[in-house]
Design a protein around this ligand. Structure first.
Ligand SMILES: [Zn+2]
Length: 184
């Protein structure tokens, strides 16, 4: 079938995967469900140990997305932006101007973030000195398990902490940019 030149990317994609998808429906129409199609299309892989910290019942989607991006190291920190070739002045953290702006630094190594996370945990009577991104992720993955109310609140607090720091960084970034525009 010839693809119309002005077809949308989604329509072109549907045509592209048609040979792959068509056999799923042949002769088994009564069994087809969203789960069935998903299982047929995806490559099965074991669950990552942190999945319940991102995708949990009662999550706030915008928080979960930021947590997910942070875990996959996909947030556009200055270090990552420089690596992609973007012309920015420095890789120094926008919030403290001392260390390189990595996800490790901004969420748990920067003193303010470290103390903030420590204070949040104290509200749950957890005394803990946050150490590093990997350390906190491994610790939270192990501890924040189950469906109890307190675990649900801890997961909300964890994702809110990460989202809040990231939002603050972006607010500062926006403020600096607006300041520059006013001067120029
Ligand atoms: Zn910093």
């Amino acid at each position: 079938m010839e693809v119309p030149k002005n077809a949308s990317w989604s329509f072109k994609y549907l045509l592209k995967i048609r040979p792959e998808v068509a056999p799923i429906f042949v002769g088994q129409v009564q069994e087809v469900s969203t789960r069935y199609i998903w299982d047929k299309l995806r490559s099965p892989a074991p669950k990552v140990p942190w999945h319940h910290l991102v995708w949990f019942s009662g999550r706030i989607p915008k928080h979960s997305i930021i947590v997910w991006m942070a875990i996959l190291n996909r947030l556009p920190t200055r270090v990552r932006l420089l690596r992609t070739g973007l012309a920015i002045e420095t890789d120094k953290c926008l919030l403290c101007c001392e260390e390189a702006e990595t996800k490790d630094h901004i969420f748990f190594e920067w003193q303010f973030a470290k103390e903030l996370w420590g204070s949040i945990l104290e509200l749950f009577c957890i005394s803990r000195e946050p150490c590093s991104w990997e350390g906190e992720l491994a610790w939270a993955s192990l501890l924040f398990k189950g469906k109890s109310f307190i675990v649900g609140i801890l997961k909300l607090a964890w994702s809110r902490h990460i989202y809040g720091i990231w939002k603050e960084m972006n607010a500062d970034c926006l403020g600096i940019e607006q300041g520059r525009r006013k001067k120029s």
